[in-house]
Write a new protein. Sequence first.
Length: 317
Amino acid sequence: MTLLPEGLGTADDARPEDLTPAELLRFWRNIGGKTMSVLTNDAASSGMQTVLISLYLPSATPEVVFTKEFMAGFLDGFVEGCEKVGCVYFSGETPQLKGKIVEGKLDIAGALWGVVPAGRKPIDSGEMRAGDFIVFVESSGPHENGFTTLRDLATKLPSGYRTKLPGGMEYWEAINQPGHLYTPLVQAVMAAGIQPSNIEPITGHGWQKLMRSKGAFRYVIEEMLPVPEIFTFVEEAAGLSKEMMLRTFNYGVGLAIYVHSREEADRVVALAGERRLTACVAGNVEAAEGQGDAAFRSVVVKPLNVVIKGEGFELGK
């Protein structure tokens, strides 16, 4: 069991200033969903079922930030997330911090209490080995990361956050789709008798997260999931290379699940499909090239002809 604190970062104000009341309601509902995903998906990556969850919403001007659209939209999105994950929202705090937070702005954070099912081991990458299979599970868009780049791009678009993507959705809404909630899938995988050797939510640092294990491995990707339109739009509008997109964004992959056999990988794909999540067996874990300290981690993305090297990537577990 564990207590996990987490925050949403800067996604909560990546929007135009002229949203209608109906659009504000939709925006805050999506942010409520994002808040649930950023909290519970990290817990799910260790095999935990979130049981209790709380919110911490400090501001300098609560009378300004806690509008009726926020109260209705955000709480609806958050409670809907609780129902999907199977947890209970049990408390919250809304302190007024004048002089410490910019007036008119809100910090969104929270904490949860979760447990690993009885008789199962926490998932921590300690049993990962060369030959493991990597399963990709779809994302709904940027989820909660890459917003420094996304916010900067908004200042350069012809209509800012109101700019329409080729498919018709406005930029502000495309970047703020609520993240998928992966707890039900992870719990189903473990209930099926599969013990993943690792699970990584592809959040900050993009696909570099695939090589978060400190083991000397290379991660060879042979197959990709469909890339949501928002990423191809950002790639073209910002003039970013494929490698930079992969280093920054999830690029269509919200979760990577590592298992020992192809049979287990195929079963994970099927379990994802039963929960209306598109997944694929994306590739394999291999021993890193080189020996000793010269054996660097890397991610080899064959469909894009991109190699992401691990030198300088300090995250590990």
